[in-house]
Design a protein around this ligand. Structure first.
Ligand SMILES: [Zn+2]
Ligand SMILES: [Zn+2]
Length: 139
């Protein structure tokens, strides 16, 4: 089992298998929500995901009709995203993981919105906006 938690550890979760479709998102929303160059995410099936502590302390940012982002109401850690385009999976923020995973981010998305001071130094694929599978799935 994998575990993750927010900075103050009031909210904790677990899930069974390595996240898949891991990526970096440079869109302006992810930049601001993380206060950083990008968000780092991985997909975890909702059927394998459990809040093990503090679920009642989650705070919700309903960004629009398709995207919901969950935070710790005490420490502000950005834990998880839900997209209506993919009802089967949660998108965990990889920075909140505690256990080691084998999967690695496979691509960058929304590089068209990245900060002027942000330079990608890896050789991963870059998508101007959504990665292809999301374009297809997008409502
Ligand atoms: Zn917290
Ligand atoms: Zn984003």
């Amino acid at each position: 089992m994998h575990q993750g938690y927010c900075q103050c550890q009031s909210i904790q979760y677990s899930f069974a298998n390595d996240p898949f479709d891991c990526c970096y998102c440079h869109c302006s929303i992810c930049r601001r929500l993380t206060g950083s160059a990008m968000g780092s995410y991985g997909s975890v099936p909702k059927s394998e995901f459990t809040w093990t502590k503090g679920e009642e302390l989650l705070s919700t940012f309903q960004q629009n009709t398709t995207t919901r982002r969950l935070f710790c109401s005490l420490c502000g850690s950005y834990l998880l995203t839900m997209h209506s385009a993919d009802k089967n999976n949660n998108f965990i923020s990889l920075g909140c993981l505690e256990t080691k995973i084998e999967s690695r981010p496979e691509y960058h998305q929304f590089v068209g919105s990245k900060a002027g001071w942000d330079t990608n130094t890896d050789n991963l694929a870059e998508h101007e906006g959504w990665a292809d599978w999301r374009l297809k799935e997008k409502p």
